[in-house]
Design a protein. Structure first.
Lengths: 502, 125
């Protein structure tokens, strides 16, 4: 056992313990500790990724050295390590990008509490990524929910409180169903470790026994996690939660929290049930239908929205729809497309939130469309960044969104019955995306007469005025372009990682 | 597949009915406190189900007494451990929901979530 192999466990514990540490520090120190810990975790995750790529196979880390059926395990493959690195980077950038807003919007006594939530969220995300034990996954799902709720409600106004309550209610229903599904699986197989459950499930499937309970538990787990990641009919809490919470929270929630659950669902599909059984059950078709509905309805709602942040939030509903549509295709190519879209959406949506806040800063903190006229000239970097994000969401070549749309289309071509619905849904959704994103881009680049400019509280913002936000935006743009221009290595990583899952 | 199975496994059936009651309360009630009660019924139903899964007729609680180490003497301890973990989770979640409810009540003087939404719209924030 090499020292690097301890890192996944260490990263989880580090961020879990730096949370309580932040709670006794004051705001400034807590921020420094938080940034240091997150950078350290990013570096450690990179080391793990390099190690796993070099060794070419996944390894299992037994907690407390108890052997397989009894002990708790961490399992690290290429996909897990890559996701961990990616999530850490996005989280770091989101936290950096929203420093100014946080200091403005939160009370002084609560500054340090924000970092407690961020650290807990990061540790639960890492644990969800790495764990090999279903019940541990459930516990960390709950920690994830609680800290996400804290991130929403830490900026106190009526909207966020209501959104946090709705979020909690939805999430609790989701986790109730998830727990029920896990209990059924435990009841059927007698194991909690993913690899052991998988062996037993294969045996049961071959013997043709307990087919209905297996199907029920699969359905419960899928629906539970779908509710938690805000798949279309369960998205009522989402616009308020993303639209009125503080900037970093909105960016983190949209790009990471729902993605953690989606990654857990992929793990359950591949490592617990086995994708062949999932495909043979009709659960994927249900996910497909709701995914397609979400793609269309999310965009329609976004078009009708007049508030730029709520518009971006509704666009998230559409993107989650894309991801579930990819699962619904029931092919490995579809899952790879979904995983790529997880990356691309995480990089783009956080970019859009940060850029939108830059734009509203230049428009006297108004978020309505008419007030944003010409904001792209007043805050140049934010304008460019918003344009990049919009183009990526619409799916213009060079940006990450294009690659994921291409992958979805290719995956759709492989399946006989779902080819037509997939392609039609992709086409309609692309047009709808273009309608609302291009509308915004045109709006922020429409010049305003000088007379009007002076009357309103508009001001120009240079890059130097908001150094943190500018840094975050530049990195987000680079990340987006990287994903868009050199997608092959990333797709290769996803593919090999998914192969290691089996 | 017959109804008789439901009666032999009546404990599980009761757990599932309780789960349904709790779930629909959490989903459908408009009063926040009733929602939280629903949440607790749902969680408790899960613990009942888990505890049933670990129970073996005639066996004792898994605490070694008088040096008896035979597997046949004790029930399966793992589900009991899961129940304990689940209780911890459910306590913290309930506390969070209650604190949210208190905040909302102080601000809007009502426990009805729909009424809170209409008041929010009037506020026009």
């Amino acid at each position: 056992m090499q020292f690097v192999q301890n890192f996944p466990f260490m990263t989880i514990i580090l961020s879990l313990f730096s949370g309580p540490l932040s709670s006794i520090l004051d705001g400034k120190k807590a921020k420094r500790v938080n940034l240091a810990v997150m950078s350290l975790i990013t570096v450690m995750s990179c080391a793990v990724l390099v190690f796993v790529i070099n060794s070419g196979s996944a390894y299992v880390y037994t907690m407390g050295h108890f052997p397989a059926p009894w002990g708790n395990e961490i399992r690290v493959g290429v996909l897990e390590a890559f996701m961990a690195v990616f999530f850490c980077v996005i989280m770091l950038l989101c936290v950096i990008g929203g420093v100014y807003e946080r200091e403005q919007e939160l009370e002084d006594t609560k500054q340090n509490l924000y970092y407690v939530m961020v650290n807990l969220l990061l540790s639960s995300l890492l644990a969800l990524i790495y764990t090999n034990d279903l019940f541990t996954a459930y516990v960390f799902v709950e920690i994830n929910t609680i800290s996400a709720c804290g991130l929403i409600m830490i900026r106190q106004n009526g909207r966020t409180l209501e959104a946090a309550t709705r979020y909690m209610i939805m999430s609790l229903m989701g986790s109730g169903l998830l727990l029920l599904g896990i209990c059924f699986l435990y009841d059927l197989t007698g194991h909690l470790l993913m690899s052991n459950i998988r062996e037993q499930v294969q045996l049961l499937h071959q013997a043709g026994e307990y087919n209905i309970p297996l199907l029920v538990s699969l359905a419960l787990i899928s629906v539970g996690l779908a509710i938690k990641s805000a798949l279309f009919p369960f998205h009522a809490w989402l616009p308020d939660a993303y639209g009125y919470s503080t900037l970093s929270s909105a960016a983190i929630l949209s790009s990471l929290v729902s993605k953690g659950y989606i990654f857990l669902l992929v793990k359950i599909f591949f490592r617990v049930i086995g994708f062949g059984i999932v495909r043979d059950s009709k659960v994927v078709n249900v996910l497909f239908v709701f995914g397609v509905a979400g793609m269309i309805m999310g965009s329609v709602n976004a078009i009708r929205e007049n508030n730029i942040r709520r518009m971006i939030a509704y666009s998230s509903v559409a993107q989650i729809g894309y991801i579930y549509m990819g699962f619904g295709l029931g092919t490995t190519a579809g899952v790879i497309a979904s995983l790529y879209h997880v990356l691309s959406h995480a990089a783009t949506k956080s970019l859009l939130f940060v850029a939108a806040s830059g734009i509203t800063d230049a428009s006297g903190d108004h978020t309505e469309f008419l007030e944003l006229t010409g904001a792209g000239y007043r805050n140049k970097l934010a304008g460019v960044a918003f344009t990049v994000g919009s183009l990526s969401m619409v799916g213009v070549p060079m940006f990450s969104g294009f690659i994921s749309k291409l992958l979805f289309a290719q995956a759709g071509m492989e399946s006989m019955h779902k080819m037509l619905p997939t392609l039609i849904a992709l086409a309609i959704s692309t047009i709808l995306n273009a309608v609302y994103f291009m509308k915004t881009v045109i709006r922020i680049y429409t010049p305003v007469p000088a007379k009007v400019l002076q009357k309103k509280e508009y001001r120009c913002i240079s890059m130097k005025e908001q150094p943190c936000k500018s840094t975050a935006l530049v990195f987000f743009i680079i990340l987006n372009m990287l994903l868009g221009l050199s997608s092959e290595p990333v797709i290769g990583l996803l593919r090999s990682g998914l192969a290691m899952f089996a | 597949m017959n109804i008789a199975n439901l009666f032999t496994n009546y404990e599980e059936a009761i757990a599932m009915i309780l789960f349904g009651i709790g779930f629909s309360n959490l989903l459908l009630q408009r009063n926040l406190i009733k929602k939280i009660i629903g949440l607790n019924i749902m969680d408790t139903a899960m613990y009942l189900f888990l505890a049933l899964k670990g129970y073996v007729d005639g066996h004792k609680a898994p605490i070694v007494t008088n040096g008896v180490q035979s597997v046949d003497a004790y029930i399966n301890p793992i589900p009991s451990g899961l129940v304990l973990t689940g209780i911890v989770v459910s306590v913290s979640v309930t506390a969070l929901m209650l604190s949210l409810t208190i905040r909302l009540y102080r601000r809007y003087h009502t426990l009805d979530l729909d009424e809170i939404s209409t008041k929010l719209k009037k506020e026009g924030l």
